[in-house]
Ligand binder design. Structure first.
Ligand code: SF4
Length: 209
């Protein structure tokens, strides 16, 4: 499925949704952004809040031109490509078109795919325990964002740090349904390990997409 997707059609992509909002998480929190959520993911996080994205065939294909044209209707010039797992697709043409149109290209990826296609201004690497990342992503990551569901996730987060660039930003973010339990632990962890920062899903607190 992956190779077929990457070699047969790179001018259209299965899009679950595309919308203009504020980036709610991580290093670019609070900035206006055009989000493109692509279909397809086989990582299988049981707490995933976008399970509708998993089926690669369940989403209409859109042309890159239509996505860029729609993004240009808004004043923000940051595009965030997410999913699903967006790197299941060859994103070279999409990122070239976005950058040519003046967009900063950001991606949020679990890093599990064989190759990192596309030209990226910002890579948010968000590894999951359910599928091992491809080490190719480690030195490319500008930001590590680990979801904290239980206590063992702190050690999981730390396990990646030796392999990252020294300037890679480090974020811990509670899984939304576990916020009441885990946020106090994250606050304590960041106070004791100040190389980390907390990431809050501010779009959920604001009740915006
Ligand atoms: S990697 Fe992301 S989209 Fe895929 S199952 Fe996990 S949380 Fe959901």
């Amino acid at each position: 499925m992956l190779l077929e997707q990457q070699t047969t059609d790179t001018t259209t992509l299965p899009v679950m949704e595309a919308f203009y909002t504020l980036q709610g998480e991580g290093a670019h929190t609070g900035r206006a952004a055009y989000f493109i959520r692509l279909g397809g993911c086989d990582v299988g996080c049981f707490w995933c809040d976008v399970k509708e994205s998993w089926d690669i065939d369940a989403h209409p294909k859109r042309t890159i031109d239509s996505l860029v044209s729609e993004a240009l209707q808004y004043p923000g010039r940051m595009a965030v490509i997410t999913g699903g797992e967006p790197l299941m697709h060859d994103l070279s043409k999409l990122t070239a078109a976005l950058q040519q149109a003046g967009f900063q290209t950001n991606i949020e990826t679990s890093g599990v795919c064989q190759t990192v296609t596309g030209s990226w201004d910002w890579i948010c690497f968000s590894p999951k325990k359910f599928k091992t990342p491809n080490p190719e992503i480690y030195k490319r990551a500008d930001e590590l964002k680990v979801i904290i569901y239980n206590q063992s996730d702190f050690a999981f987060a730390e396990s990646f740090v030796p392999f990252l660039r020294p300037d890679c930003k480090l974020f811990l973010q509670s899984e939304w349904s576990r916020s009441n339990e885990m946020l106090p632990f994250i606050v304590d962890y960041v106070k004791n390990n100040p190389q980390w920062q907390i990431s809050l899903q501010t779009h959920k607190f604001l009740a915006i997409p």
